[in-house]
Design a protein around this ligand. Structure first.
Ligand code: FES
Ligand code: FE2
Length: 393
C-alpha cells in the first residue's frame, strides 16, 4: 500500500495524531523512512485506535488452556480494552465471556479463581459457567427469586466472545468477524511442516511489566540487530553472521537462523519434536502473527511471547513455554525446565531495560522516529505501517 486512503473521520484522526509528515514517513521506503512518530507511543487516543482496530478485530492469544485445568477455573483478561473472563465450563470447554453483569454493569471477576457459578458481587445475579442467567434474588420484590431454567436470553445472559483453542493455546476474537483461526495461523504453519505441534504441552509462564509501549516489544523482537550489544549469551548461541532481517508473509512476520550448536535452554537437554529432521534440529524460527502473537520454535519447544497494552507507556507481557510431551511436567525434566525458564527470564529482562529507554527517548522533541537500518529493520518499519493500515482498514 502506498499510503493513499479514502477520506474518512478515522483518517483525519490518524493524521491529527501523527501529523501529515509523521503519517507520510510511515509509508516511505525503508531507506528514507522513519519509525512511527512519538505520538504513536504516548497518546491515549492513539492507543484507543489500536485497541479497537488491532486487538478487538484480530485473533489475540488469551493464555494456555492448561492454566485452567478444572471446570470452573477462570481468569480475567482485558483484550483491546474489553474486560473478559476466560474460563473452563462444566463440560470442560474453554469459553470467553464479557466480564460484565447484564444488570448494572459490574465487573464480575477480578482475579484468577475457581467457581461453580458466576455470581455478581453487587446484587447477586447468578450465571452458569456457560454465561446463562440462572437466578435473580429479590429482583421482583423482597424474598422473591426469579429463576431461569434455560437462561435469560439475549438481554440477560452474559455475552460470549469468539474463542478457540489450538494445541493448548487459547485465542479470542472480540469482534467475532476475524478470519478462521487456522487461516490466520496458516503462514506460520506453512513454514513449519516438520513440527508436530500436537505434541506440545504447557510447561508454565513468566509474567513481566514494562514501562514501555506494547509496539516496542515487537519492534525489538523482530530485529536481530541489537543482539550483539544487548544479549551476550544469545550472541554466543547464534552470532550475528547467522542472522538476517526476516520478512513479512501476509500478516505474519517470520525470521530464522541455523545455530552452530544446541544451547542451554534451546534444545540441549529436553526432548525434540518427534520425527524432527536433522536440518530443523539446528534451526530456530520466530514469528509474529499480527498484532501480538509472537511464537518461537526451537527443536524442543514452542514459546509464546505476548504483550497486552495497559497504557501508552505500560505493557504487561506473558511468556508461555510449551515443551514436548511429558518434558513439560515430569520430575525427570524439572532441572532442564528450570534452566530453560531462567534463560527466557534473563533474556527478556535484557530487552525490557532497552524498551524503557526507547519509551523515554520518545518524549524528546529531538526524535522523530529515527533512521532505521535497511539491512536489519525493514520488517520493524513495516510493523508500524501495518498498525496504521489496520486502523484505516
Ligand atoms: S450489577 Fe450485577 S447484579 Fe446488579
Ligand atoms: Fe532482544
Amino acid at each position: 500500500m502506498d499510503g493513499t486512503f479514502p477520506d474518512s473521520p478515522v483518517l483525519q484522526k490518524v493524521k491529527d495524531l501523527l501529523g501529515e509528515e509523521g503519517f507520510a514517513q510511515t509509508f516511505a521506503p525503508i531507506e528514507e523512512a522513519s519509525g512511527l512518530p512519538n505520538a504513536a507511543y504516548w497518546s491515549d487516543d492513539w492507543l484507543a485506535l489500536e485497541r479497537e482496530h488491532c486487538f478487538r478485530r484480530s485473533w489475540v492469544f488469551a493464555g494456555a488452556a492448561a492454566e485452567l485445568p478444572e471446570p470452573g477455573d477462570m481468569k480475567p483478561l482485558e483484550i483491546g480494552g474489553a474486560p473478559l473472563i476466560i474460563l473452563r465450563d462444566q463440560d470442560g470447554q474453554i469459553r470467553a465471556l464479557h466480564n460484565v453483569c447484564r444488570h448494572r454493569g459490574a465487573k464480575l471477576v477480578t482475579e484468577p479463581c475457581q467457581k461453580r457459578t458466576l455470581t455478581c458481587p453487587y446484587h447477586a445475579w447468578v450465571y452458569g459457567l456457560n454465561g446463562k442467567l440462572r437466578a435473580r434474588p429479590h429482583f421482583s420484590g423482597p424474598d422473591i427469586t426469579d429463576t431461569f431454567k434455560n437462561g435469560g436470553g439475549d438481554k440477560l445472559d452474559l455475552v460470549e466472545a469468539r474463542c478457540e483453542v489450538w494445541n493448548g493455546c487459547i485465542f479470542v476474537n472480540v469482534s467475532g468477524d476475524a478470519e478462521p483461526l487456522l487461516d490466520w495461523l496458516a503462514p506460520l504453519l506453512e513454514r513449519t511442516p516438520g513440527y508436530d505441534f500436537s505434541s506440545v504441552r504447557w510447561a508454565g509462564k513468566l509474567e513481566f511489566e514494562v514501562n514501555a509501549n506494547w509496539k516496542l516489544v515487537y519492534e525489538n523482537y523482530m530485529e536481530g540487530y541489537h543482539v550483539f550489544a544487548v544479549h551476550p549469551k544469545l550472541l554466543k548461541f547464534a552470532p550475528m553472521n547467522v542472522r538476517w532481517s526476516g520478512e513479512w508473509d501476509r500478516h505474519v512476520f517470520y525470521n530464522d537462523y541455523i545455530f552452530p550448536e544446541l544451547g542451554e535452554g534451546r534444545g540441549d537437554k529436553l526432548p525434540h519434536y518427534p520425527g524432527l529432521s536433522e536440518a530443523d534440529a539446528k534451526r530456530g524460527l520466530w514469528f509474529l502473527c499480527f498484532p501480538h502473537f509472537a511464537a518461537e520454535v526451537f527443536p524442543d519447544q514452542f514459546t509464546v511471547l505476548v504483550s497486552y497494552p495497559v497504557a501508552p507507556d505500560k505493557t504487561r507481557e506473558e511468556l508461555h513455554v510449551f515443551l514436548i510431551g511429558d518434558a513439560a511436567t515430569s520430575d525427570g525434566h524439572a532441572e532442564a525446565r528450570a534452566e530453560l525458564m531462567q534463560m527466557w527470564d534473563d533474556l527478556n529482562r535484557e530487552d525490557l531495560a532497552m524498551l524503557e529507554l526507547l519509551q523515554q527517548g520518545r518524549l524528546s522533541p529531538a526524535y522523530d522516529g529515527g533512521r532505521l537500518s535497511p539491512h536489519w529493520e525493514g520488517p520493524t518499519h513495516d510493523f508500524g505501517r501495518r498498525v496504521v493500515e489496520r486502523i484505516l482498514s
